[in-house]
Design a protein around this ligand. Structure first.
Ligand code: G4P
Ligand code: NA
Ligand code: NA
Length: 196
């Protein structure tokens, strides 16, 4: 999506270690007009899919997911991260590993809010190693819900997550895919996406 790629080029900051800071429009301050355009793009890309709910994970996926839900006129549920094992049978629960934070989280969703009747669009801001996304797919599977698609804002195409998810046969639409970025020159190369 050209709008998002242009914004990343303009306001993204490349840090050492292949980290892209997007604090001024996604991860701290949020540009809701941009989120709305992203939501409209996903609406177009997933047109015809019987989506009745958006699923994301706290914290930074919530803002974008809320705008997507508003655009699709459906509710949004966010999975919660907790450090403690929760022996609560009213929740679906799985574990995810954060490479960045070197931690294992428990991720939960109440059984009240994910059911076999649900047709989900999973939304998140970033896709890197894909651990968070695999966790959400696991929770959806536990609930017997159908995953109609996955919408990601920024995919780091040089990390394993995108390939992992695409190999599962789920429709994954990343609005910007970074092939490479260079913290010294500031150069960012995006993967061309003909249909977007
Ligand atoms: P992943 O396997 O779930 O794809 O993510 P990974 O553990 O590699 O990264 C951990 C967290 O850092 C994730 O957020 C992910 O979205 C975020 N992240 C990864 N690479 C970048 C990057 O280059 N820039 C930015 N801004 N974020 C990145 P999270 O653990 O879900 O935390 P939260 O911020 O949503 O609470
Ligand atoms: Na994040
Ligand atoms: Na996130």
């Amino acid at each position: 999506m050209k709008l998002l790629e242009d914004r990343i080029r303009k306001d993204g900051i490349i840090r050492e270690g292949n980290v892209l800071k997007v604090d001024s429009f996604i991860n701290h301050q949020m540009d809701i007009a941009l989120f709305r355009e992203m939501a409209r793009e996903w609406k177009r890309l997933f047109a015809g899919k019987p989506i009745n709910k958006v699923l994301t994970i706290e914290a930074s996926g919530i803002g974008i997911a809320a705008v997507v839900a508003s655009e699709l006129n459906v509710p949004v549920v966010f999975a919660k991260k907790s450090m403690s094992i929760n022996l609560d049978y009213d929740n679906y629960e799985t574990q995810i590993q954060s490479f960045t934070h070197k931690k294992i989280y428990n991720v939960i969703v109440s059984k009240k809010f994910l059911t076999p009747e649900d047709h989900l669009l999973i939304v998140d801001d970033f896709l890197a190693n894909g651990c968070a996304l695999m966790g959400l797919l696991e929770l959806a599977a536990e609930a017997g819900a159908t995953v109609e698609g996955i919408g990601i804002g920024i995919e780091k195409g040089f990390q394993a997550g995108g390939e992992l998810v695409r190999s599962k046969g789920v429709q994954l639409e990343s609005l910007a895919i970074i092939e490479s970025m260079d913290s010294t020159t500031g150069e960012i190369v995006f993967r061309p996406q003909p249909h977007q």
